[in-house]
Design a protein around this ligand. Structure first.
Ligand code: SF4
Ligand code: SF4
Length: 137
């Protein structure tokens, strides 16, 4: 009985001994993200029509679209903030946006011990992924 169990155990070990490991050596080796990865948002201010659909659909209410009026009395975009520590990465904001002003990227390395770093403003969201592109070359 004991040797039978031992034999089964060793058979399984040898079966996987020469196979390619499934574990990733992250962070020393970068993980390739799937094509449809939904990570940090990228915002395109010039495409935004200030409809607030993204703000209203967001389940944890982590998006804030700032709208004001210019001297001519026309609406203008003053800010676009996402509290990413509350985001559940559902992608609803992207789906609902009629002009594709908000998208999601494969930028996923933004861990930090400072909670304030998870509040992304319009300026930051407008440049998501650019640093990573520079590193790639
Ligand atoms: S991905 Fe979902 S939770 Fe995150 S900002 Fe968009 S709607 Fe909100
Ligand atoms: S849904 Fe799109 S166009 Fe409307 S406020 Fe949000 S980002 Fe701007």
């Amino acid at each position: 009985m004991f040797f039978n169990d031992l034999r089964k155990g060793f058979t399984l070990t040898f079966k996987y001994l020469f196979k390619k490991p499934v574990t990733e050596n992250y962070p020393y080796e970068k993980i390739e993200m799937p094509e449809r990865a939904r990570w940090l948002h990228r915002f395109y201010p010039d495409k935004c029509i200030m409809c607030k659909l993204c703000e209203n659909i967001c389940p944890p209410k982590c998006i804030a679209v700032g709208i004001g009026k210019n001297p001519e009395g026309k609406r203008e975009l003053r800010g676009y903030d996402i509290k990413i520590d509350r985001c559940i990465f559902c992608g609803l904001c992207v789906e609902v946006c009629p002009t594709k002003a908000i998208t999601m990227t494969d930028v996923h390395e933004f861990a930090d011990s400072n909670r304030n770093k998870f509040h992304f403003d319009m300026e930051q969201l407008s440049h998501t992924g650019e640093e990573e592109q520079k590193k790639v070359g």
